[in-house]
Ligand binder design. Structure first.
Ligand code: GLY
Length: 479
């Protein structure tokens, strides 16, 4: 049971909340912003108080769904409930879901580190209504959480709604626009957007529907909006042929990236400047003996060192979570993506930090400290995670040594040292057995580009040749 507050304390509460949202004053008075743990907890408490059942995050390894490499949204585990092929256990549900976006339709791998917003691993806070409430209550619940619980100023919230698409025969979602108006959002802060932004689909096929997104203005203007919450009104099943079949029951599926929300509530311009990442960004230079982290991006990050720290922190979280959920690096499918991410981190560590990539595995305890309380499976498997990463990097170091020698010989003979030609990439790959991510990494390490297009063309040609060879052999056997 919560402890009753003294009347004086109770009177101070609204004042403290107000101060928390006014950053200069907050800094002046040394008031700590909410921690990520507290932000996650308040989300779950709020929905529990609003009659939602709080369920644990599912594993990031998809269960019974070959259309996904990794779980990439909170709704994945409810796909069949949304499609009506499985009965819901509860009508109202909320959780904090571990997600990985490093392959397939939602893939953020290449954005990582470059900006302050994208991650291969992130947490999605979500609430669902399975045939229970719909647009009105979904918007109202979201609004009150942001404004009354997290104390975000209403004037900073911008709502987008689905503006319709005549090509697919969908009308604008005026109902949603009307709801935001009734809630009291200013007309100038309710914006229609098209299919690309405001129609959400899990994949090429499956449950989908128009959505409304809640954006937070980072500077008070409509120019610098950050999407924080997506409320999807699930109404269709997109078939393999791309046809939108109406669902018999309508549902609500929402997703809010914890890292972005924490950045907003901790008043940071980048997700990396929050308590979810800063302990890692501090540990990396400590381990490698390199300069301390600075929140610099693009041209301001002259050597790309701080971008490298961000990549290393992100990838360590992704690998830790995937291995905690039982995945091991391997040659195909999602385990291959895990291997690629792991190797990319190892190369980044050695090429940019000029230090032994085995040290990267020592980030695991810091991640366990940060995520373990919310996801106990991560803490329970700490030793396995660290051992798996260490073994994979040891093996990889052997491969890189071999590749580096071969690459060095080729590099010396190159006339143009700006771009590694496709035939040389292919030679490294085929003759010396150097994996493609290592080739790219080695070239990056010498500040060289790669003729990736030509390389993939050569790989395709080889595949065609071997398929033709196989067909010829089959024919000969048949004759
Ligand atoms: N399912 C809603 C989202 O991922 O944004």
């Amino acid at each position: 049971m919560p402890l009753a507050l003294h009347p004086l304390q109770a009177a101070r509460q609204p004042l403290l909340h107000a101060v928390r949202t006014l950053s200069p004053l907050r800094r002046y008075l040394h008031i700590e912003p909410l921690s990520s743990h507290e932000i996650r907890r308040r989300f779950l408490d709020y929905f529990a108080q609003n009659n939602h059942t709080i369920i644990p995050s599912s594993s990031v390894v998809p269960h019974n769904d070959t259309s996904l490499l990794f779980v990439n949204a909170g709704m994945n585990q409810f796909k069949h409930v949304l499609l009506g092929t499985e009965a819901p256990r509860h009508r109202r549900v909320a959780n904090s879901q571990k997600c990985i976006r490093a392959g397939g339709k939602h893939n953020d791998l290449d954005e990582v580190g470059i900006d302050g917003r994208h991650h291969t691993y992130f947490e999605m806070l979500g609430n669902w209504s399975f045939g229970d409430y719909f647009q009105q209550e979904a918007c109202t619940l979201a609004y009150h959480l942001l404004v009354d619980v997290y104390k975000l100023p209403k004037s900073r919230l911008y709502m987008t709604y689905f503006g319709g698409d005549p090509e697919v025969g969908l009308q604008p979602d005026f109902e949603c626009r009307e709801i935001w108006r009734r809630i009291g959002i200013a007309e100038s802060q309710i914006i229609p957007r098209g299919m690309d932004d405001n129609f959400w689909a899990m994949g090429e096929e499956g449950p989908c529907g128009p959505c409304t997104e809640i954006h937070y203005s980072m500077d008070g203007s409509a120019e610098k909006l950050l999407e924080v919450w997506n409320l999807v009104f699930m109404q269709f099943n997109r078939t393999r042929r791309g046809i939108l079949e109406p669902l018999t029951v309508k549902h609500v599926d929402t997703g809010m990236g914890l890292e972005r929300l924490v950045a907003v509530l901790q008043d940071r311009q980048s997700n990396y400047d929050t308590d979810l990442f800063l302990p890692l960004l501090q540990k990396i230079p400590e381990l490698a003996g390199t300069p301390p982290y600075q929140s610099k991006f693009g041209d301001d990050d002259h050597e790309g060192l701080f971008t490298a720290y961000r990549i290393l922190a992100d990838h360590a979280r992704m690998c830790t979570v995937a291995i905690a959920d039982g995945m091991l690096p391997d040659k195909r499918g999602a385990p291959y993506v895990l291997r690629k991410v792991l190797r990319r981190a190892a190369l980044t560590w050695s090429n940019k930090l000029h230090s032994d990539p085995l040290l990267w595995a020592q980030l695991v305890p810091t991640i366990v400290q940060s995520l373990g309380p919310a996801y106990p499976e991560i803490a329970e498997r700490e030793a396995v995670i660290q051992a798996t990463i260490t073994k994979e990097i040891e093996d990889f170091k052997g491969i890189v040594d071999k590749g580096t020698k071969a690459f060095g010989k080729i590099w010396q003979k190159l006339e143009n040292k700006m771009v590694l030609p496709a035939d040389k990439m292919y030679e490294l790959y085929r003759q010396f057995g150097v994996p493609e991510e290592v080739i790219f990494g080695l070239a990056r390490g010498r500040n060289m580009g790669c003729d990736a297009k030509g390389f993939y063309l050569l790989m395709d040609q080889e595949r065609v040749k071997s398929r033709e060879g196989l067909a010829r052999k089959k024919e000969q056997v048949a004759q």
